[in-house]
Write a protein that binds this ligand. Structure first.
Ligand code: ARG
Ligand code: ZN
Length: 421
């Protein structure tokens, strides 16, 4: 009688409350999570520090380079982190005190305007990007052509756009947002598409019309949606593992090119750089490889967009023992990009080199696969702004400046390619 009625009423009430809870409340929060730059010198120090990331709930890797790691630390593990840094004789410097503050600011800016309004004053969702792409394709039916790379694990269609003003142009492939949280990449890719179609600047017109562009604004569609709806800091794909409760693989370690060699990826499904159970295990990467392989004779240049740290990275990523055969050309072309960007009024500095030489050994990445397996001779990973002030949560005021840098950098890069023949 009574007990039942009460339980029933309680269940109803809970249902009503549950329904009333706004969607944002199911998002993973990063209140008082801090991000530190930790400088190290020796391999021993680095191994000690890297061990910290095994405590995945409390320590997450944001960036790794030859002499520093960027780590996001939960508030509960902060004192332990500081102790470990002292024990390793390393020095840590804070650059974000509260990750959630940055996420909240970004969310506020993203919700300005109507939900279907696309632009570069804020970051757009996948639905907004796709709706905009449809508009562009409808508006420029002769010059543009939509293409489908394939299906993601969760069944989304991975889309791209080809822009071609005339036949016989050299081809440039732009892969963007393979890492889910690197939002500046798809914002930049879409801005470039818009410039190639609408700019009246003669330099941009020449650039746009003298190349065939294949642009995939969001390759890791599942991960990207997940960063918008659940976890802003997600990097990987969303395919569950057969052997672990951790989800996803690092798509930029999943290409079938020296896969997992030289510790260039982790075999731990919980790691941010997990290579996957086998090469091309991730449907997005398998689809991308098949799509590129199908048009490789038309592709002269591969550019993989990432953030952050302002770098141009050439092959090889999988080894430090050897340099790629056209290393000198790759460096000269990268220098052209970096010089062009630095000469702009923003004065932004890009460094360049081989991926293994200036960052770390990473195998199974897009640009290495394109270079090693598809014979695409000019192939880079480009790491956009910044160098570690906002990191992945780059405020939207940076979108246009960053994209302008990419535009002029790419123009200089392609000019140099032409000059070198
Ligand atoms: N930050 C990128 C990543 O971790 C760098 C990839 C460098 N490229 C390479 N061929 N290893 O995926
Ligand atoms: Zn990346």
């Amino acid at each position: 009688g009574n007990t039942f009625t009460w339980l029933w009423a309680l269940a109803l009430l809970q249902g009503a409350l549950g329904a009333a809870v706004p969607e944002t409340d199911s998002r993973i929060r990063y209140d008082n999570y801090a991000v530190y730059k930790v400088k190290y010198e020796s391999v021993e120090q680095r191994n000690l520090l890297e061990k910290l990331t095994e405590d995945r709930a409390n320590v997450r890797l944001w960036h790794e380079a030859k002499d520093e790691l960027h780590l996001m630390i939960s508030p509960q593990s902060l004192s332990e982190f500081q102790t470990k840094v002292r024990q390793a004789n390393a020095s840590a410097e804070i650059f974000i005190a509260n990750v959630q503050d940055l996420i909240d600011m970004e969310t506020t800016e993203n919700s300005r305007g109507t939900s279907d309004e696309f632009g570069w004053k804020r970051y757009n969702s996948l639905a907004q990007i796709e709706a905009w792409l449809d508009e562009i394709l409808a508006r420029y039916p002769v010059i543009t052509e939509g293409f489908i790379v394939g299906q993601s694990y969760e069944g989304r269609t991975i889309r791209g756009i080809k822009i071609s003003y005339k036949s016989g142009n050299p081809g440039v492939f732009i892969e963007s947002n393979i890492h889910a949280r690197e939002w500046i990449t798809s914002a930049t890719a879409t801005w470039l598409i818009n410039q190639f179609l609408t700019s009246e600047d003669p330099l941009v017109r020449t650039l746009a019309e003298s190349h065939d562009w294949y642009i995939v604004p969001v390759l890791n569609v599942d991960g990207f949606v997940y960063t918008h709806e659940k976890d802003r800091m997600w990097r990987k794909t969303r395919q569950p593992s057969a052997t672990s409760s951790c989800i996803g693989a690092d798509p930029n370690r999943n290409y079938d090119s020296h896969w997992m060699e030289n510790n260039g990826a982790s075999s731990n499904p919980c790691a941010e750089n997990y290579g996957g159970p086998q090469p091309f295990s991730e449907p997005e990467i398998k689809a991308m490889s098949e799509f590129v392989a199908g048009i490789k004779d038309k592709v002269n240049v591969m550019l993989a967009f990432h953030s952050y740290s302002q770098l141009l990275l050439s092959p090889y990523g999988h080894t430090e023992e050897e340099l790629p055969p056209n290393y000198d050309d790759l460096m000269e072309v990268a220098k052209a990009y970096a010089d062009a960007v630095e000469a702009m009024p923003y004065g932004t500095v890009y460094r360049y080199g081989t991926a293994s030489g200036i960052l770390y050994i990473a195998s199974g990445a897009t640009n290495d696969w394109a270079y090693n397996e598809q014979d695409i001779q000019i192939s880079y990973t480009i790491e956009f702004r910044d160098t570690g002030h906002y990191g992945f949560i780059l405020p939207p005021v940076h979108i246009v400046p960053n994209a302008e840098e990419a535009l002029f950098g790419i123009a200089a890069l392609l000019d140099k390619c032409k000059e070198l023949g």
